[in-house]
Design a protein around this ligand. Structure first.
Ligand code: GDP
Ligand code: MN
Length: 348
């Protein structure tokens, strides 16, 4: 047994799962969901899918986070959906879901009104901004996550299309991967008008925090320009230590001071993506080709890979990867990750 791994107790593995291979040792990882009490039914749908496809054999713990206390209905539904997993329910500290003192709330209000008039998606929403800021810079600091090294972000109402016979957390650990994605696309520029300018200022002030062999050429064709490519962060399998690093902490703090989470509508997806691309080598970022996934309105469906056809229930015609609005073909061109990833993920 390797250091840092704990064995799944044999008696906690459900006996009727006979088609599945024996589980391998678990790594220090949790499935993390940010949700409201009103998301309970959508959360059950998502978790039921993930349990069937993967976690009924591994029993990874779940961490649920909310800016309000979870009610008994929510907790009971989650227990039913994942009866063999440890469930942790966390309240988000107020300081992580409120305005920092340097933010001009009047200015933020005007910005929301202007975005509403321009019909920017979630442009007028105050809670959405707190959520994006929380996912960008705070969730990994929640005390319930202290004991973990990796997380799998899951949102209410997502679906998993394919059986996942091997443990993606273990794959991450054994292959020194720090960030994993399934879908990528272009961001709406109206939500991030000054994000790139702010990022460039950060890089200028902290050149040593950006690694030279980074992955930024995927999202920036020239230093002046952000091409708007980002990993769709409603799915993430990643290292918590990536976000806990000095480089990312400094980057997040710099963005937070600039105010764009409130004066614009910076999403955690472009912030995580630029952060990861700046701090990591391309080889440390993994395209999880084997994990069929749906978050409305997009699918990642790998059934054009014959080896996976019997593991997946989705239509390859729905696969978003080669859509003109996806950035994944650009990732393939630069760094590979098609058939090679299918093979790599099969190895335990
Ligand atoms: P979208 O995917 O960008 O359309 O945004 P979602 O509505 O799916 O929200 C992203 C995630 O944050 C989901 O896991 C939601 O359940 C969660 N979320 C969004 N707003 C709130 C909020 O105000 N409070 C809490 N606790 N969770 C939220
Ligand atoms: Mn969502």
């Amino acid at each position: 047994q390797k250091a840092g791994l704990t064995l799944v107790p044999v008696d906690s593995v459900s006996a009727n799962n006979t088609k599945d291979p024996a589980p391998t040792p678990r790594v220090k990882a949790a499935i993390v969901m940010l949700a409201r009490n009103g998301d309970a039914n959508g959360a059950v749908k998502a978790i039921t899918s993930l349990q069937q496809r993967f976690n009924d054999r591994y029993h990874y713990p779940y961490v649920f986070l909310n800016d309000k206390p979870f009610d008994d209905n929510f907790k009971a539904k989650m227990r039913d959906a994942a009866p063999h997993s440890e469930l942790l329910f966390g309240l988000i500290p107020r300081e992580h879901w409120s305005y920092p003192d340097w933010i001009d709330q009047e200015k933020a209000k005007v910005a929301r009104k202007e975005m509403r008039e321009k019909n920017v998606i979630y442009g007028d929403s105050e809670p959405y901004r707190h959520m994006c800021r929380y996912n960008s810079g705070f969730f990994y600091r929640h005390p319930l996550l202290d004991e973990f090294e990796y997380y799998w972000r899951v949102e209410p109402d997502v679906q998993f299309h394919c059986d996942i016979p091997n443990d993606p957390f273990r794959f991450m650990q054994e292959n020194n991967k720090l960030y994993g994605f399934t879908i990528s696309l272009y961001e709406y520029i109206e939500t991030i008008p000054t994000l790139w300018k702010t990022t460039r200022e950060f890089i200028k002030e902290h050149p040593t925090l950006v690694r030279s062999d980074n992955a930024m050429r995927w999202l920036s064709d020239s230093p002046e320009q952000y091409n708007r490519c980002h990993f769709w962060s409603n799915f993430e399998i990643a290292s918590l230590n990536l976000w806990r690093s000095k480089a990312y902490t400094e980057y997040f703090n710099y963005l937070d001071k600039a105010g764009g989470f409130f004066y614009e509508r910076w999403g955690d997806a472009p912030v995580h993506s630029i952060g990861a691309a700046m701090i990591l080598k391309p080889e440390q970022i993994h395209f999880f080709n084997n994990i069929g996934y749906y978050h409305g309105p997009f699918h990642h469906c790998p059934v054009d890979q014959p080896a996976l056809a019997d593991l997946c229930q989705c239509d390859g015609a729905d696969n978003f990867d080669m859509n003109g609005y996806s950035c994944t073909s650009k990732w393939f061109k630069l760094f590979g990750g098609g058939q090679a990833n299918i093979e790599a993920e099969k190895v335990r």
